[in-house]
Design a protein around this ligand. Structure first.
Ligand code: SAH
Length: 361
């Protein structure tokens, strides 16, 4: 049993079952025992890997898309903001790739929003020499034009789950069964925030809400709406959540999310429609599969250029990384990207306007 399991069991025994969001927040961010608070999960002995860790091409192409959006808007003084920067690899690749964009490094400052002290240390090392500041929350962002990026950040935010029961909903809560932490269902309630889901769900269907995504998106979208900028968000998920997507990863394998609280990475698929809604009045792009986005940004040309100076094992790994990022069987379609910009402003390159069904929700 983990130390955090003992703490959670005492709490549940004393005050009753807790929501999945409370459970997830404790498991990921408890200052003493939380998964992110206590380790670097992306390191050599980590539990998972991400697109920027797979190849420098991911950050380079996203960086150039953001830089072009910045040029399109007159190259103002502004902030390059990343939420949940992990090992700082994406930002390091963006910063290197934009070195040749005239004025970009002079007029942009980097702001990283990171909850984990361990990862802040890794980021500081990775970005030595760049103008970097850290914030705890996105709502602390200064009022300025913001070019925002987040990769696998929103999937780490705590979710709540609700099971449809007639015209009401029962919430998934974490309680005790004997000595074990066990999910159960709360009594039925009618919920205004899920009224729009009554039309597309049936009895017994499960839907997820990510309460923390709302203030995060509102903070970013507010800066962009008032001062300009754009956002690129990449994650696994879909336009609209349906079904149980809560999962645990331990040692690169799926695990029981209730077995070792604090020791496994817990995530849920991102509900991109929710993000786009919270970002109103910004315009949202169509939801773009990662493979298509990277192709539109020219990953094939970049991959062959890099391949020219590679041989043997390095070349083999480079080609495998290219496939992993773009192939439909790998990350190419599971991962999606969404861009946001002021209504009327051009979207960053690689993105296209939403189709009618997405815009209408
Ligand atoms: N973007 C990186 C890392 C993804 S892992 C990559 O693609 O490699 C998730 C990141 O979000 C970690 O840096 C984690 O510490 C951070 N994080 C998780 N919850 C957070 C929160 N509520 N506030 C700020 N950062 C958070």
């Amino acid at each position: 049993m983990t130390e955090l399991a003992a703490i959670l069991k005492r709490r549940i025994a004393a005050t009753g079952p807790i929501t999945l969001a409370d459970y997830m927040a404790e498991c990921l961010l408890n200052p003493a025992h939380g998964y992110y608070a206590t380790r670097d999960p992306l390191g050599a002995k980590g539990d998972f890997t991400t697109a920027p860790e797979i190849s420098q091409m991911f950050g380079e192409l996203i960086g150039l898309s953001l830089a072009q959006s910045w040029l399109d808007q007159g190259a103002p003084e502004g902030l390059l903001v990343e939420a949940g920067p992990g090992r700082g690899t994406l930002m390091a690749d963006i910063w290197r790739a934009t070195k040749g964009v005239p004025g970009f490094h002079q007029r942009m400052r980097i702001v990283l929003v990171e909850a984990s002290p361990v990862l802040r240390g890794v980021q500081a090392e990775r970005l030595t020499g760049a103008p970097v500041e850290w914030l705890d929350h996105l709502d602390q962002l200064p009022e300025a034009p913001v070019w925002f990026v987040a990769n696998e950040f929103f999937d780490a935010l705590p979710i709540r789950q609700f099971q449809r029961d007639g015209a009401g909903w029962r919430e998934v809560v974490v309680g005790l069964e004997g000595e074990a932490l066990k999910p159960g269902l709360s009594p039925r309630a009618v919920l205004a925030e899920l009224e729009h889901r009554l039309a597309d769900t049936h009895d017994g269907d499960l839907v997820e809400l990510c309460p923390a995504a709302r203030p995060a998106m509102e903070a970013v979208a507010g800066r962009i709406a008032r001062h300009g900028g754009a956002a690129i968000i990449v994650d696994y998920g879909d336009w609209r959540s349906k079904g149980d997507t809560f999962q645990a990863m331990e040692d690169h394998a799926f695990a029981d999310p209730f077995a070792h609280p604090g020791r496994a990475d817990l995530t849920a698929h991102v509900d991109f429609e929710g993000l786009a809604r919270y970002a109103a009045p910004l315009t949202a792009s169509g939801l773009t599969p990662q493979g298509l986005l990277l192709q539109a940004l020219g990953i094939e040309g970049r991959a062959s250029r890099l391949a020219q100076s590679m041989h043997g094992e390095a070349l083999r790994q480079h080609l495998a990384a290219f496939r992993r990022l773009t192939d439909a069987q790998e990350m190419g379609t599971l991962f999606k990207a969404l861009a946001l910009a002021q209504a009327g402003a051009p979207l960053p390159p690689g993105f296209f306007p939403a189709q009618a069904h997405e815009a209408a929700g």
